[in-house]
Design a protein around this ligand. Structure first.
Ligand SMILES: *[C@@H]1O[C@H](CO)[C@@H](O)[C@H](O)[C@H]1NC(C)=O
Ligand SMILES: *[C@@H]1O[C@H](CO)[C@@H](O)[C@H](O)[C@H]1NC(C)=O
Ligand SMILES: *[C@@H]1O[C@H](CO)[C@@H](O)[C@H](O)[C@H]1NC(C)=O
Length: 271
């Protein structure tokens, strides 16, 4: 198995102490009619959504759960969140901690992921260009009978000038990100597909719908095609279900993890 360089991420999230009844006063952006009131004691219940603003904003980030697939495990991510300080145990606030591989769930890669001299030179996720990660983006459907080869890339006829493309593939149809066991038969770029993109397009943000931008057979060489120029940013494991293909504005924001070659990323599409 390829040597994925997993740094571990340890973060602490501080919850504001609030009364029980106002624990979830409102979910920003929630329309009044979406606010279901629980029948029991009448207190508000949290609503989780994928689409906001009446279809204007799509959340294309996978929710972190213990069952999210994890490279190359059969058992999924497992526990990644702990509550070492809790109000139930007398603490002033609930204060959780998390620990996960930086390439977990919806995430992006920095050039140091597979090119050691770039890692040593400090090309970490904090050096990635936010201009590339935010702007007009095309969501395209890849023919379902193939990996993303040079031939497939050519057939997609993505115009010059398009700088951000999210490739929806068979992975989305197979709901691979909702299956706990890692599946190496996922679809992604072959080496010649990656090379074709680099040489023939202006694409700098390459979005895919499973954990790796490179297919399993071409794992290292296809990654290298993208990393070598230090301009292309692979964004992986995007949640592209139920989003119409077309033109959007994408926003992807990685954490500023100094020294890390990968980071979880929150990505949204705005119509
Ligand atoms: C509270 O503390 C007990 C004893 O240390 C521990 O077993 C339990 O998991 C804690 N509960 C929470 C919610 O932190
Ligand atoms: C604090 O954590 C406890 C679990 O120990 C949970 O039941 C409670 O709802 C949390 N409080 C808030 C305000 O989130
Ligand atoms: C894509 O490539 C992988 C090997 O990397 C293979 O298992 C899979 O069947 C291929 N998928 C398609 C649709 O050709």
């Amino acid at each position: 198995m390829a040597p994925f360089l997993h740094l571990f991420l340890l973060l602490s999230a501080v919850a504001t102490p609030i009364t029980a009844t106002s624990a979830y006063p409102s979910i920003p952006g929630t329309d009044a009619e979406d606010c279901k009131i629980s029948s029991g004691d009448g207190s508000p219940v949290p609503i989780r959504r994928e689409v906001y603003g009446g279809g204007r904003i799509f959340d294309i980030t996978h929710r972190y759960t213990t069952d999210l697939p994890s490279w190359p495990s059969d058992d999924g991510m497992g526990q990644f969140l702990w509550l070492p300080a809790s109000m139930k145990n007398g603490s002033l606030a609930n204060n959780s901690e998390m620990k996960m591989a930086t390439h977990s769930g919806t995430h992006l890669d920095a050039p140091g992921h597979m090119i050691d001299r770039y890692f040593d030179a400090g090309f970490d996720v904090d050096t990635l260009d936010l201009e590339v990660l935010n702007g007009p983006a095309l969501l395209v459907d890849v023919p379902r009978d193939s990996n993303i080869t040079a031939k497939v890339m050519e057939s997609l006829k993505i115009p010059k000038g398009v700088r951000r493309v999210l490739f929806r593939t068979l992975n989305t149809d197979r709901r691979l990100m909702y299956k706990k066991a890692f599946d190496s038969s996922y679809v992604a770029f072959t080496t010649d597909g990656a090379k074709w993109l680099v040489e023939n397009t202006d694409i700098k943000l390459v979005g895919v719908d499973y954990l790796s931008v490179a297919c399993d057979d071409d794992l290292v060489p296809a990654h290298l095609e993208f990393f070598e120029g230090r301009e292309i940013i692979p964004v992986e494991a995007l949640k592209l279900d139920d989003v119409p293909a077309g033109l959007y504005t994408v926003h992807c924001l990685p954490l500023r993890l100094l020294g890390a070659e990968g980071s979880p990323v929150r990505c949204i599409l705005i119509k």
